[in-house]
Design a binder for this molecule. Structure first.
Ligand code: SF4
Length: 334
């Protein structure tokens, strides 16, 4: 008998996040019909330039959107809990228990006036465990995230730790309630390359050992090999291409993804490490009315139809791609 496939821990369908500047004007979509299905232990990367909508997408999935922004979705389900029409209380309950987030600057998650141990124990005690059990769990978490000498570190204040150690503590705090989904918004951007590699290895280990699904928001396409299982490439609030990382890196279907990969760091050995690929032109002004493909003004392959008609998302093998050229033989479109 074939057992059921593991159910996803996160389902997002048709998520749109709108900016309402003035009630007399139509709202501006900053995220447009975003879809994502994540399985336990899976590692996703959401990639794109600054302003592509990836961080707003992450905040929307966490239910952390305030006016003048608002969001809606056909379906949002976290670890089996349907949040599609949920109010703030339901979101608050799910946040930090089933889904958690770490940010680029770990100090935003840490109080400067309490020790690391105090903050971890207090977070764990919100789950109504005894002080002793919470301390044991705090030490266990510190070991899980690779903090050496956990007993000694418990007494340290955030400013006494290095940036890499603070990020490990922030990850431990996020994991305190054993969330099934961890969203990591540029968690390694402020760290040097060696510490960045350590944190990425740590996240890979957590996804494998604890089956925590991880969604990494990043500018840095250089981190994808060895980290992500699947990738979604965002541009102007839309997913341009999504699928298994190996397929997308081997045979990218969208001209924007190809441009990102052509410009990726490390292609020229002598070039300094760059996190942001350089592509000619600039992203569209999202405040202006849209028409056609959002990448048309920068696309070297644009056809006349591209400026008028927005491409639908279609499947090419296991990749989903939003481009009028999708599925054409590569020699015809390069
Ligand atoms: Fe380029 Fe047209 Fe494809 Fe947009 S739809 S990426 S403009 S070819």
């Amino acid at each position: 008998m074939v057992s059921d496939p593991e159910p996803p821990v996160l389902v997002v369908q048709g998520l749109s996040t709108l900016l309402t500047m003035d009630r007399s004007l139509p709202p501006v979509p900053l995220v447009d019909r975003f879809d994502l299905t994540v399985k336990p232990g899976e590692r996703w990367a959401i990639v794109g330039e600054s302003g592509s909508g990836k961080s707003i997408t992450a905040r929307s999935i966490m239910g952390l959107i305030d006016p003048p922004l608002s969001f809606s979705a056909d379906r949002i389900e976290v670890d089996g809990v349907d949040l599609t029409h949920a109010g703030r209380d339901a979101w608050r309950e799910v946040r930090g228990t089933r889904i958690a987030m770490i940010l680029q600057d770990p100090l935003t998650a840490l109080s400067p006036v309490f020790t690391i141990g105090n903050q971890l124990v207090e977070t764990i005690r919100r789950g109504a465990v005894t002080a002793l059990d919470a301390r044991i769990r705090a030490l266990e978490l510190m070991r899980d995230v690779g903090l050496s000498e956990p007993e000694r570190r418990m007494a340290a204040y955030p400013h006494q730790l290095s940036g890499g150690m603070r990020q490990r503590v922030a990850i431990a705090l996020a994991l305190a309630s054993r969330p099934r989904v961890l969203i990591a918004d540029e968690p390694t951007t402020a760290l040097d390359v060696t510490v960045q590699a350590q944190i990425l290895r740590l996240l890979v280990g957590l996804s494998q050992d604890l089956r925590t699904a991880i969604i990494m928001i990043t500018h840095d396409i250089g981190i994808l090999p060895g980290f992500a299982d699947r990738i979604a490439v965002m541009y102007a609030g839309r997913v341009m291409e999504a699928g298994p990382v190996s397929d997308v890196l081997r045979a990218p279907q969208h001209p924007y993804t190809r441009a990102l990969l052509r410009a990726r760091p490390g292609r020229e050995p002598a070039a300094p490490r760059r996190r942001l690929p350089i592509i000619g032109g600039a992203p569209p002004d999202l405040l202006q009315p849209r028409r056609g493909c959002p990448f048309a003004a920068r696309c070297t392959l644009a056809l006349p139809v591209c400026s008028d008609v927005e491409p639908l998302t279609v499947a090419v093998g296991q990749i989903r791609v939003a481009c009028h050229l999708a599925g054409l033989p590569s020699e015809e479109v390069r």
